[in-house]
Ligand binder design. Sequence first.
Ligand SMILES: C[S@@+](CC[C@H](N)C(=O)[O-])C[C@H]1O[C@@H](n2cnc3c(N)ncnc32)[C@H](O)[C@@H]1O
Length: 399
Amino acid sequence: MSILNNKPKNTPNTKQDSKIDSSLATVNAASAVELSAVENDFVVESDSTNQPTQESVTDKANSDELSFVHDAVLLQETVAAVLGVKALPKQTDDAEQSSGNQNSLQMSGVYVDATFGRGGHSRLLLSQLADDATLIVFDKDPTAISVARELAKTDSRVKVVHDSFATLTDSLAAMGITQVDGLMADLGISSPQIDDGSRGFSFMRDGAVDMRMDTSRGQSVAEWLEKVDDETLANVLYEFGEERHSRRIARAIKQMDSYDSTLALAEVIKVAHPNWQRGKHPATQSFQAMRIFINNELGDVDDFLEQSIPILKSGGQLAVISFHSLEDRRIKQFLQRHSKGQYPEDENLPMPPKRPRYFSKPKRVGPSKAETSQNPRARSAWLRMATRTDTDYLHSVEQ
Ligand SMILES: C[S@@+](CC[C@H](N)C(=O)[O-])C[C@H]1O[C@@H](n2cnc3c(N)ncnc32)[C@H](O)[C@@H]1O
């Protein structure tokens, strides 16, 4: 499928349009791969040389929406981090594994995977947990939750929460849990969410302009676009997509008659965008911005991080993967603040107050070359991790 074939019907073929289309054709011909929006960049979805074609993946997926595939990013590194070990035991073949637990750390305790997705991280984590351990998994997405519930049917250690990880403290309290040994999150959207055009995340596949992770509640992007004024829309595009041409794009979007097609929306943004970057669809940042806004992604991450302080036991591990700088910066600053005890608001004070240090020195890990060549989505991933110190939690009002 070429990006050029995605042109919505009845779109006028202007001079600017044809200039734009031929430059995209160069991008496509050069990379000879299928592309779509993942986070804030194009991603290679299939490579005709050594990967299954997108058509074959999609055909298979259409037969059962649960079969959409997600390749877990920084898998070994994240699971090792959440368990507080340098590396997981080397995995041998199935026959050897079934003869005992030599490939499993058999860790006890309570762990949280805050973003279950298709359970890549959860499954590896479970393989390292003892029978008496508990794994609580969260996701906003009803399809991800269906997969998690299937897993919980076969593994009694798994407890499922269909809600935002921003409800961490309350959701755990409802299960009688006040503290955990490890907490992980793999932020953003999953490949299945992008691959299913009807969810509205992709500017490469047509669908309703929805973009909600939790389709059971909240307003869709289309509903919001109907009501929002030009200025607020421009601010969202600027703030959450770092889109420098936000005003021009917002005006063009607000002139649309309806918001029922992601391809039509992407086309309008494409035509309005004056400054294209090679290899990047001009709607990338605007789509990212609307998605982050409608799902309150940054607010949820802030809430989650703050709650990790009282929820993690002394010696407990926090591991968070992010895919774009807006998220990564927040995680970095949070861990800096709480590992150094340095708060931005103290910077200009002559005698800064002594702040608690809730985390040990944080570490950052990126994907290996082998991982990025196998899974291009991993290119922009960063894993940040830290260990909770034994400093007692002071409520923020007292700090
Ligand atoms: C990158 S995927 C996780 C993939 C997963 N680690 C795996 O291996 O399959 C991110 C998932 O987090 C979910 N998600 C994002 N923000 C969330 C939030 N605030 N609360 C709960 N789930 C969230 C998305 O719906 C998506 O399923």
